[in-house]
Write a protein that binds this ligand. Structure first.
Ligand code: PAF
Length: 268
């Protein structure tokens, strides 16, 4: 991959990377379209498919992660992807180097999933070294991840431009996610509670009735029998620091619906 990427680099070909863990869906398709726009007609769009073990803090979650490679390749072909980069393994057995970001990755996902962002930052830097992209595309659904990658790219002078593309949603507002396939019919209905909570928070900051907002949102989500809130957080989009909710701040939340952990976020 790296040798081929270097050849393209030498010939001045633009390379745009969409890093994924596979189980591709409409959200990924929209990232691929954004990549094509950035690459232009003559550029190369690379989709990497690699279920990165170092970002899972739960072995069961890693084992259960869906891996429908044939369907993924089909989607890539239909979307006009030039290269699917699907390495079997990316780590030496005795690999001993990691990327540890120490500000943006604290709190929320960083707090709930110990080691997760170290794994994400490390694999994204490795993928960028292998694919040598001019630009790399990430989804806004993983807001904290996108903020982390922007920070790592800035701090380590990665040559790739980091582009963050909007979240794709189902008709009822549920954010597209590879984990949605784990939801049964009833859980799938209850999962709309995440988007509804964001919509409620958005309406509430406009009315100004902010007292106890977080508690009220948690209660309304947990009104769904299968839903259990991991966190609801309001934060500044630039610093990622927790702030009181008001117009323009961002809200993020993580909720277990049955055994499936879902995340979402939106600007208030
Ligand atoms: O968002 C994902 O799918 C993963 O965290 C990423 C960025 C591909 C790194 O493994």
């Amino acid at each position: 991959m790296q040798r081929q990427a270097q050849r393209w680099q030498r010939d001045g070909v633009r390379i745009v990377l969409v890093p994924t863990m596979g189980a591709l869906h409409a959200g990924h398709a929209s990232l691929i379209r954004r990549a094509r726009k950035a690459a232009g007609k003559n550029g190369i769009v690379v989709v990497s498919i690699y279920v990165n073990p170092t970002q899972f803090n739960d072995a069961k979650d890693l084992r259960a992660y869906p891996r429908p490679m044939a369907a993924d390749k089909k989607l890539c072909r239909a979307e006009g992807v030039d290269v699917v980069f699907a390495p079997k393994s990316l780590y030496e057995k005795d690999a001993s180097t990691v990327i540890d970001e120490t500000a943006v990755s604290l709190g929320m996902e960083g707090e709930s999933r110990s080691g997760h962002f170290q794994g994400v930052a490390t694999v994204v830097v490795k993928l960028c070294n292998l694919v040598q992209p001019t630009a790399a595309i990430f989804g806004e659904k993983d807001w904290q991840q996108a903020a982390l990658i922007r920070r790592v790219a800035r701090d380590l002078n990665l040559p790739a431009r980091i582009i963050v593309a909007p979240t794709m949603r189902e008709a009822d507002g549920l954010a597209c996610s590879s984990r949605n396939v784990h939801l049964n019919k009833s859980e799938r209905q209850q999962a709309t509670a995440l988007w509804q909570a964001i919509a409620t928070a958005r309406a509430t900051v406009r009315k100004g009735a902010l007292r106890g907002l977080k508690r009220r949102l948690i209660l309304s989500i947990e009104n769904q029998p299968a839903a259990q809130v991991d966190y609801v957080e309001f934060f500044d989009e630039q610093t990622m620091q927790p702030v009181n909710p008001k117009k323009g701040t961002r809200m993020a939340l993580a909720v277990y619906v049955g055994k499936t952990r879902l995340i979402d976020n939106g600007r208030l």
